[in-house]
Design a protein around this ligand. Sequence first.
Ligand code: COA
Length: 260
Amino acid sequence: MYATLLTEISQGTCIITINRPDKLNALNAQVFTDIENAVDEIQNNPEIKSAIITGAGTKAFVAGADIAEFAGYTKEEAMSLSKRGQDIFFKIENSKKPIVAAVNGFALGGGCELAMACHFRLASENAKFGQPEVNLGLIPGYGGTQRLTQLIGKGKSMELHMTAHLMDANEALQLGLVNHVTTADTLLERTKDILQIIHTKAPVAISKVIDCINTAVVNNTDQSGYDKEVQSFGDCFATEDMKEGTTAFLEKRKANFSGK
Ligand code: COA
């Protein structure tokens, strides 16, 4: 039904598996379209009470935006991509039904941003989280500068964005980025069990909890942080360092930044 997702409904939970394991489930334009349609389906299908987002294979949840797609993007195209990614992740964040990330490996860049847009997160022991965009001469473009700061606080968010440090699952647990760490084998079952508890509660009350808690951390009348991220993401695409960073990744070598 979806080109890049596998979906399955089990006991009222729709399990969405991002399915590009050969590219570590990187987010390209088709994945975005598919996620958007799947989130609409979750809202509209009365059989579905909640959803889980996870990644195919044993290595990655999502290793980021598809860096190969960045080549040749103008600043304006990059800004549109960033805005589109943000809008789809807002749809997840504002879903009336719970959407939980089951992070089963690398959740980097756009993958960490996708997990953070979900209502909460569980991680397997081999999960790794980070916003490594500065390695590419970039910054996050899908809300990472905003949501990581909301979830773990300003100082830690600054350090993680600036160093591109990859957190392991226990570090993510300590910082409050994930709620539980499980073995790889039990990740999905544990996530489903929590959702089964939520399914016994009143659906309207659950949707009001989501709305009110989102309002506590996101000032709905002021999107200026997200807007600044779109602009700044675009600005990076006009630099030589972004070209060097993304080319170096695709050529599997270390980037040599000039500051231009
Ligand atoms: N975009 C596009 N392709 C990606 C990708 C991404 N974000 N992440 C991984 N891939 C691809 C690799 O290019 C490789 O493809 P190939 O086999 O055709 O060469 C394949 O997925 C496997 O990745 P590889 O790098 O060989 O695996 P690894 O185990 O050596 O390293 C990571 C794993 C996650 C550390 C590494 O892939 C990585 O750093 N990815 C990018 C993370 C990132 O910067 N994300 C933010 C993007 S804005």
